[in-house]
Design a protein around this ligand. Structure first.
Ligand code: FEO
Ligand code: CA
Ligand code: CA
Length: 668
């Protein structure tokens, strides 16, 4: 965005740059949804889920008659029993009657080291920010403290959460007003990115507190040393001055959604990382241009930091040296990955798992686990007209030996949603005959599988994937394994570009799509339908009973999560103007029954925020939700929100702890 209060044009990270101009087809016609729905339901265990959510089934049958074991729900009280929160524009958190929401661990909270206090005038230094909670909370997971054994603690654990970006108008007393940038301001901004690991404990009064001086408390930032693992490690295209053998890099950036593994590690996702770099060479390599690396300046001008230092100069990805070992022409190639972090080992080096592909990763979600079968993960590429991907590990999952190695070798696929409600996973594998033939036809050459992965978007173009309306988070039903994905919006889709999976032109309000795999999670065919078309009151989702009301109208669905009871939680990320002028009020969180499509608004956030990131204790009695960028239309002189501290305070992103006043299960 352009801000008249400073002399610097800042491209904030709410952007969704279009860099897919490939010519793979969109369907010309909107297809009758009936066939798609019929195909989806055939083989679906939706009806069984209805019974589970009703509360009492311990086992049920799939449509082919085989028994499907299910995990008993943790709650037998009726769910969705609360009264929906009204849409609104208060500068506060609204939750249903009978619930309490409390801000927790806001930006700047002393976390580690010398625990430097947060200074309300934003004068904390870069070194202090490195020891404090970062800015702009996003994806999050609660790891019970006994994750590696019973995994059932609901009173103590590690809360791990992302910091997607920084707000230049709030992180410093006077915003950003000089280029070249002041090095310590850049240090602070780099440190406000990344991930927080916070050891937290429930107190006797029911509140939650940080465990001070815990060895687990840790900041991972935009400068933390990391390793590249998987097929791209050692590639000539990730050689840098910092890592002449192409095995290492520094930092993770623009960490949006998240995932977590069955073996107790955290996954953070690099989304709009390309904007942090500049490459002003006459011609950019495809590894840069297809992802939108700027040819003029990095988003926050970090490359200009003075006094100059290697850790900042690396954001200039031009060919300034004689070879790749003397400059940072390949630095952007070390971003765009899923990063695995072991929160239980504070000395662990984060691993960038390159087998999972390189794109604008929104989040990542495991498919339903099956002992002895491959692990399956899904990830969306959140940019206009980008794709949804699936990774299938080469090695099988065994609970006792599972670990990060499962993410180093496997097959990456991209989704094609067919008009008739079927879908295909298209392998992005240089040794796959079909893929190799398509690449040859397109005149695209990949030197090896590392080259395919570095150019995942191009590979997906070649394969003929379906261009989606900005894929955001995915969620997998805990019992059925059905996969749901938010498609947040795409105002650029024209009538001619509509297809069955993206049926609306100028789609400003978004939708949610879902599918189930044919037979096994690793199948290459699936069946899909549209779960929800978002919009104003009265919006109908074709071929369903769903008509949105004042209790559940919404736009720009983004965060998505299934709780243990099989309820689907939906978080919104409307733009400032959509919140300010539309019928929806502030960003919000809703909860839906995936079978009946009953849906109620559970939370409304403060002014100019995004509601994103969600996790819970195993007993579902404490829910953690993140509030990102409250007051994001603030200037250094005028704050548009004062949440959470009130008065005239500077707004701060924070986690919110939600409990039910009667001690019951959240969502009941
Ligand atoms: Fe960071 Fe796609 O939201
Ligand atoms: Ca998001
Ligand atoms: Ca979003």
């Amino acid at each position: 965005m352009s801000d008249s209060k400073t002399n610097v044009s800042i491209d904030n990270s709410g952007v969704d740059p279009q860099s897919n101009f490939s010519l793979n087809p969109t369907f010309a016609a909107i297809v009758e949804g009936r066939m798609a729905r019929r195909r989806f339901l055939k083989g679906s265990v939706g009806a069984a889920v209805a019974a589970i959510i009703g509360g009492s089934l311990a086992a049920c049958s799939s449509s082919d008659g085989d028994p499907v074991p299910v995990v008993p729900p943790v709650n037998t009280a009726p769910l969705l029993g609360f009264t929906a929160v009204a849409a609104g524009r208060a500068d506060a958190i609204q939750v249903p009657a009978g619930y309490t929401a409390t801000a927790f661990l806001p930006w700047g909270t002393p976390l580690a080291g010398t625990y430097p206090p947060f200074l309300a005038d934003a004068t904390n230094s870069g070194a202090e920010q490195e020891q404090q909670v970062g800015m702009h909370h996003d994806g999050m997971h609660f790891f019970p403290i006994d994750t590696r054994s019973a995994g059932d603690s609901s009173t103590e654990g590690l809360l791990v959460f992302n910091h997607e970006y920084i707000d230049h108008n709030l992180i410093h007393p006077n915003g950003i007003d000089t280029v070249p940038r002041i090095a310590d301001q850049v240090r602070k901004e780099v440190a406000a990115h990344g991930v927080t690991v916070a050891h937290i404990q429930q107190q006797t009064d029911g509140s939650w507190a940080l465990v001070n001086n815990s060895p687990f408390n840790r900041r991972i930032t935009g400068a933390t040393p990391m390793e590249l693992s998987g097929p791209v490690r050692g590639s000539s295209k990730v050689i840098t001055k910092y890592s002449p053998d192409g095995s290492r890099t520094r930092g993770t950036l623009n960490n949006c959604g998240n995932g977590f593994t069955p073996w107790g590690t955290y996954l953070t996702c690099e989304e709009n990382w390309a904007g942090y770099f500049v490459n002003a060479d006459a011609e950019q390599p495809r590894e840069h241009s297809r992802y939108g690396v700027s040819s003029s300046n990095g988003r926050y001008f970090w490359e200009t930091a003075a006094p100059a230092a290697d850790v900042y100069q690396r954001f200039n990805a031009g060919s300034t040296g004689a070879s790749a070992t003397e400059d940072y022409r390949n630095e952007p190639n070390t971003f765009g990955w899923i990063v695995e972090i072991d929160p239980f080992n504070p000395d662990s080096v984060p691993q960038k798992r390159t087998a999972l592909g390189r794109f604008g990763h929104e989040g990542i979600i495991f498919g339903k686990l099956e002992e002895g079968k491959p692990v399956v993960l899904y990830s969306g590429d959140d940019s206009t007209f980008e794709y949804i991907y699936k990774f299938v590990s080469a090695a099988p999952y065994n609970k006792n030996t599972a670990g990060g190695h499962l993410l180093n070798e496997g097959t990456l696929y991209v989704a094609r949603f067919n008009e008739d409600g079927s879908g295909d996973w298209l392998a992005l594998d240089i040794n796959n005959t079909d893929f190799a033939a398509k690449a040859a036809t397109a005149g695209v050459t990949f030197t090896d599988q590392a080259d395919v992965l570095l150019n995942t978007r191009l590979a997906a173009d070649v394969a003929g994937a379906t261009k989606m309306d900005r894929p955001e988070w995915g969620a997998v039903h805990p019992d059925t394994g059905e996969v749901y994905f938010t498609l947040t919006n795409n105002s650029r889709r024209t009538e001619q570009q509509t297809d069955a999976a993206n049926p609306r032109a100028a789609n400003t309000t978004g939708h949610i799509i879902r599918w189930h795999e044919r037979e096994t999670q690793s199948a290459t065919a699936f069946d899909w339908d549209i779960f929800l078309l978002a919009g104003d009151v009265g919006t109908e989702t074709p071929d369903t009973e769903l008509v949105l009301t004042a209790d559940n109208h919404l736009a720009s669905p983004d965060g998505l999560w299934f709780d243990k009871n099989g309820l689907l939680w939906i978080q919104t990320d409307m733009s400032g103007s959509q919140q300010g002028e539309g019928p929806f009020g502030n960003n919000q969180m809703l909860v839906a029954d995936p079978v009946t499509r009953q849906m109620k608004r559970f939370l409304v956030g403060p002014t100019d925020c995004e509601v994103t990131g969600i996790s819970a204790t195993p007993d579902m009695k404490t829910l953690f939700v993140n509030i990102q960028h409250p007051g994001d239309r603030s200037t250094p002189a005028e704050f548009t929100s004062h949440w959470p501290d009130g008065g005239n305070s500077r707004p701060r992103s924070a986690t919110v702890v939600i409990t039910k006043d009667d001690g019951g299960v959240i969502g009941s």
